[in-house]
Write a protein that binds this ligand. Sequence first.
Ligand code: GLU
Length: 286
Amino acid sequence: MNRVISRFAPSPTGRLHLGHAFSAIRAHDLARAAGGHFLLRIEDIDPGRTRDAHIDGIIADLAWLGLGWDGAIVRQSARLPLYAAALDRLKVAGLVYPCFCTRAEIAASAAAPHGDEAPVYPGTCRRLDPAIGRARMEREPHAWRIAMDDAMVRAGPLDWWDATTGTVSAVPGAQGDVVLARKDAPVSYHLAVTIDDAAQGVTDIVRGVDLFAATHVHRLLQALLDLPTPRYHHHPLLTGTDGRRLAKRDGAPALADLRAAGMDGAALAEQLRHGQFSVGIFPEKA
Ligand code: GLU
């Protein structure tokens, strides 16, 4: 049997809050219970929003919670050539296309988004004449999007195993032609995370159910790039006393604040493990 390898993969674009702690503890404990490895990967592909201070904060927060990781910390910013090679492979396969649209153009032309999801891209640049596309690439910033319909045909039916729901059929099409390389960054979350989880031999991905939709896309990318499919554990999210998800925008307390206030991190981790929440948070109702 494979050794269990899990990971915590925060983006250093803000301070960690209790929801991150909950997720990190689950990933950590899954590996430790199986005698496996727990990895820390810093997802710092967003040059505009990454801050070194947040990386330092993540390291201090995990130490405070009593969560140790194995091996060196991996930073995605050091792995850009790997992502470029995967994108090249998809270019050669004719499964990605350059997109010149601005956010405003997409918002104006796309179907109305549901809730806080990004609008589904209407495919404008997929229909561009290739010669025009090539000429525009010379002088205009562009993203690279997956040609979702073609990619799904190429991959055929796909599924994955999820600890919460059992076997899930992948339906990435609902998300449209997602971005694989951004205008302002040479890779997107979807592509980088899929490549790194495979490259690091991650067997079990533990993350919040808010990323469940993304897994449909990741499963497709695994198929297109001949990568293995890990097991997934999408856990419920924590909510505040008002029933709303803990997120930075909701003013959830940062772990750094609790740390600075003298709270015992290891004791807090134990509470989170046992579903005791003394800080006004609850697991999200199903
Ligand atoms: N970097 C992502 C985030 O901080 C999480 C990635 C993942 O767990 O797949 O939201």
